[in-house]
Structure formats: C-alpha cells, structure tokens
Design a protein around this ligand. Structure first.
Ligand code: SF4
Length: 369
C-alpha cells in the first residue's frame, strides 16, 4: 500500500524498527524450501560491489551525458534536462520521490521477512488510463532528492529497516540519478541487492547504464497489441520496446535465483497483470516469453486488476446529449474485475508454452520457487 507522504512513512518506519530491534525479538528460523539446485545460490555479492573504480567512473560520466541530451526512454525527447523537462516532467539534479519505506506488498521472495526497501518515484513515461498509482505517476507529487540523499535513504533502509533489497519502483525516467545514487551508496556501505521495478518501457541505452548496478529486474509486460498500447498506455510501440528491454534484462542477470532462505538475489521476475477482455494478449505474451526469453523464466501472473484513474469516469457530453449518452463511462470495456476463466486461460497458455516457474501458492503450502 502506498502512503501519502515521505515524512509520514519515515515516522512509521522508525517506530516499527524500534519495536523490531527489541532484544526480546525471536530469531526468525531459516526456511528450506526445495529450491531447484540450478537456481540456488550459496551466497551472493551484489553486482555493483564488483564494479571496478574505472567502470564506476565511466558510468558516472555517462549518466551526466544522458541528462544533457535525454533520449533515455522511448519518448526520445532530446532535451537538456538541466534546462527543461520532457514528457516525464522530471529535471536533472534530483529525482522526485513519493514514498520510501519497507514494503510488504511484493512477491514473497522479494519482500521476505523484513520487507523490501521500496522507493516509489513520482512521474512516469507512460500514461496508463487504468494506472493504480496515478496520483504519483501522472503528476509530480513528492520530494526532490539528490542522488546523495537517495543513497542516504538506501543506507537507512538497510541499517534500520533490515530490508532484503532496495526496490526502485518506476525508475525508467530517472535512470541517471538512480545510477549515481547506487554508486554513492556503494561507497557508503550498501550491501543488499538492487531491484529495478519497471513497466518495461525502457531504452537499451538506459539498460546499458544500469548493467552492473542492478541485481534483480522486475519488468511488467502489460499488453501485446499496438492498438491496445496506443489506447490504454498512450504509447504506440510499447510491446516492441518491452520485448527488446526484457531480452536485455535477461541477458544481464538470467533466471531468478535464491539463497537457501527463499529470498531472491539475482535474475528476472516477470509480471503480467491480466486485463479484462485482454486474455488473448496475455496468452501471446506467455508464448513469446517461453520462445524468446527462457522457459525457466520466473513469472507472476497477477489477478489484482481493478478499474482506476480514468476508467469508469463519466464521459464528457454536451448539454443536449441524451440520458443514455450522459450515463456512458470512459473505457467501459475494462471497467470491471478480471474473471477466473480469463486468468485461467493465460495460465494454461503459459504452461502449454513450457513455462513452469510461477509465483503462486503450491499444493503443500509455501510458495513455488
Ligand atoms: S526520460 Fe523523460 S526526458 Fe528523457 S526521453 Fe524519457 S520522457 Fe523524455
């Protein structure tokens, strides 16, 4: 759940950590979860820790260069973000952040026992008409933080929150600031994996900048047809961009792998939110993933779609419009929850295509890993 302000989340965060740090707190037992051996890691060192100082310096200068001529996402605005803003409405010196807090709304292997250290960035390079975070995605609501201030927060999340990872939510439009913040945090003692939690509307240039800094990619693959992406995401070329981006993410970090406590440390976790009446697109996405990325890809087929943002709002009409016209709502075709048979058909297509690693409760309790 997203809270409304950074300061409120900081207060809650601090209170919770004081309770958790009591010396009487029981130790959390280690789980042994039957992880297939090829996805089991003995130990894990985050990739940003292994970057040489020369490569780190190259990444810093590349980050500054991108900000001066921003073609970082497929919008390709070409603006100097030190002087003006592009479609995403975010400048160069800072990133706008709405909430920073340990978060327990993620997959079990991501949130673990203590939560995922989530940083919700404000602004977005898509304009999904059903966006469930539209209050921060479609408007720049939040606090401006420099890369160094962001790095300070990562360290607080690690040291006080004891979280399992730093989870950068919707970072596509602030990749240079994020790259600089990870490099600053590494010098300050950050030791936990970095998650890049994205709509997949990324460019290869920005993913190249993140290569070596990110441990887990958490891409959404939203819709398949360009007519759907044009209408619902306000982007013509979404699926083509997502395909290219997801292949590159997989090339960098491979299949999702875990330490023996069931916490994910490295790899790709692919999400697909099944949309009402769009199960044919979900099936195409599953087939493409199995054939072009990996049959061992870890997939979360999500069912929690609900109408939000512009969906279900009254259409604008003239004063003389009929009662029938006045009662019409926008995007009526997706103004409902998803049906079980729609979910089932996407899941069946995934299995038929050869995918087998799903984020769901298994028949013996616990979660599939
Ligand atoms: S990141 Fe922002 S400024 Fe840069 S290309 Fe994308 S929308 Fe435009």
């Amino acid at each position: 759940m997203i809270m409304t302000s950074l300061s409120r989340s900081l207060r809650l965060f601090t209170l919770r950590q004081v309770r958790r740090r009591s010396p009487l707190s029981p130790l959390i037992p280690k789980r042994f979860l039957g992880i297939p051996p090829q996805f089991l890691l003995d130990e894990y060192i985050p990739r940003y820790q292994l970057l040489s100082s020369v490569d780190a310096a190259k990444k810093r200068s590349l980050a500054y260069a991108h900000l001066q001529n921003c073609n970082l996402c497929p919008r390709r605005c070409g603006v100097n973000r030190y002087e003006e803003t592009g479609v995403c409405l975010i400048g160069a010196e800072t990133a706008k952040v709405n909430v920073i807090a340990p978060h327990r709304g993620e997959e079990p292997c991501i949130q673990g026992y203590h939560g995922s250290g989530s940083v919700f960035f404000s602004g977005c390079n898509l304009r999904c008409v059903f966006c469930q975070n539209h209050d921060i995605a479609h408007q720049p609501n939040g606090f401006d933080l420099t890369p160094e201030e962001l790095a300070d927060w990562y360290i607080k999340l690690q040291q006080v929150g004891n979280v399992h990872n730093i989870n950068l939510v919707t970072p596509e439009h602030v990749v240079p600031q994020v790259a600089l913040s990870i490099l600053a945090a590494r010098d300050m003692g950050l030791k936990i994996p970095i998650i890049y939690n994205t709509s997949s509307f990324d460019s290869l240039e920005s993913l190249e900048l993140m290569d070596g800094l990110v441990d887990i990619y958490l891409p959404d693959f939203k819709v398949w047809k360009s007519s759907t992406s044009k209408r619902l995401l306000k982007a013509d070329d979404y699926a083509e961009t997502a395909k290219e981006s997801i292949k590159e993410m997989y090339r960098q970090v491979g299949d999702l792998s875990f330490t023996s406590d069931g916490i994910a440390k490295k790899g790709v976790l692919l999400r697909h939110l099944v949309m009402p009446g769009k199960e044919d697109e979900g099936r195409e996405i599953m087939r493409w993933l199995a054939e072009n990325v990996s049959k061992d890809l870890y997939v979360h087929i999500m069912e929690q779609y609900h109408p939000d943002a512009h969906v279900g709002k009254k259409k604008r009409t003239t004063r003389n419009a009929s009662q029938e016209d006045k009662a019409e709502v926008r995007y009526a075709d997706i103004n409902r929850a998803v049906r079980d048979e729609e979910l089932g058909s996407v899941r069946d297509a995934a299995v038929a295509a050869g995918l087998w690693r799903f984020c769901e409760v298994n028949e013996h309790g616990g979660f599939h890993l």
